[in-house]
Write a protein that binds this ligand. Sequence first.
Ligand code: ZN
Length: 316
Amino acid sequence: MDGMWVVDGHCDSLIDFCSGKRSLREEQEGQWELERARQGKIGLQFLAAYIEAEYKPERALSRGLELIQAAHRFLSANPETVFLVREPKDLERLAPEGKLGVLLSVEGGEILGENLYLLDIIHHLGVRALGLTWNQRNAIGDGAGETKTQSRLTRFGESVVRRMNELGMVVDVSHLNEAGFWHVLEISSQSVVASHSCAAALCPHPRNLSDAQLQALAQCGGVVGVNFYPSFLNSSGQAKREDVIRHIVHIADVAGVDAVGLGSDFDGISEVPEGLESVEKMALLIGDLQQAGFIKDEIRKICYGNFMRLLANVIK
Ligand SMILES: [Zn+2]
């Protein structure tokens, strides 16, 4: 399909670059690197600085900064092929120029500790999205793994969301618990994303979103990037590419086609769907969506238009 390209709401490939394991240029050892991202028609990649559990809480800030610095090294090492997206005018350079846009995100509010000023600092460093929690509790709120607490955001968490709204950073509720999710929607003045989550109606997992959550996300202009992790796609823990399409169809049915996007989670997932093993295969989803009955304008929205609309409104 002519002129079609893809925004991927989440990958964790930065860790391998940071450690020196991969240049993310040509090797085909992982699930994501530049050449295959080009083949996969990726025009914009949310690149996550995922702070691993062993660094939390004391060393979360230094690890987060190390990963952010690695992202900048990756950008400087590939000036011909990659550029950092910081503001709305950068969005206009996507796809037509043939360069891959990178939206730098941090996965884990632990990077802030309890210091709101650090939000301003990571914004200065080019970070434009923050996953408020991973699966555990932190100073902002409770992660999706805290299945017994039903806690809303802390007061610090509220101030983080408000400051992110002011700074022009995307609030990411993937990994947040349900009570926290509703709290964010109450107080956020901007649309929020669930950058890599699936539909709980099709696979009841604490990381997935209920139909009510999907509808509420859509009402605030938000977007959910469908995650490729088989355990989020199917209760059996096994999946094929068509399962990703099944989740897209469901979300479009219950929440509207304006709320769906893609969030592969490549290099953050140990299992992959059959037919969608690595990033170059993402281009195949375009034909799959056509076969599933979506018209071109809907496919455009799912592949890139919805994330682009949200980013144009939120980042600054
Ligand atoms: Zn994640």
